[in-house]
Design a binder for this molecule. Sequence first.
Ligand code: MN
Length: 204
Amino acid sequence: MSDNRFFKNDLPDGIDLGSEVAIDCETMGLDPNRDRLCLVQLSDGDGNVCFIQIGPGQMEAPNLCALLASPDILKLFHFGRFDIAILYHTFKVLCSPVYCTKIASKLARTYTDRHGLKDLLKEVLGLDIAKHLQSSDWGSPDLTPAQLEYAASDVIYLHRLKRELDIRLKREGRAALAEACFGFLPERAILDISGWRDVDIFAH
Ligand code: MN
């Protein structure tokens, strides 16, 4: 298969994953204020994944944070709102610039309300991925090969997905709107963990 690498706590020095890096996080649950970050997966778009296992109470990961904050590296997420929030909460680093395949899908695929990664990969790329390990014990010190395979599937297709969604966004005249949404996404994530999670600040 591919050239996957597993690290504890941070990326090693001098790693280069290119100018577009797909990122996903596995956590103990869905509340960034309660549930700790356990695993960060990064992919360069060539099918290779770097896994970074995050320890309980860990608050620093300098090499990872440099990548997340780098203005020269576009970070690709699927529902980045959650990942950006948990990374900010854990490391006090704000991911930017970012791209979110879920937002792109919502703007481009208005004929459906199925914007989950599994549905998106199935329809847009014709790929079937298993999601049954989504809810598993990501805090375990010994992650299983099946868990890592699942975690990899959440990042290795995002570059291809972006390419296809960008074509559709352009076709429908919504590329600029998508760009503006991606630009605001980091601050939307800060609002989430600062008390405005369920508030639409644009509402009347
Ligand atoms: Mn995931």
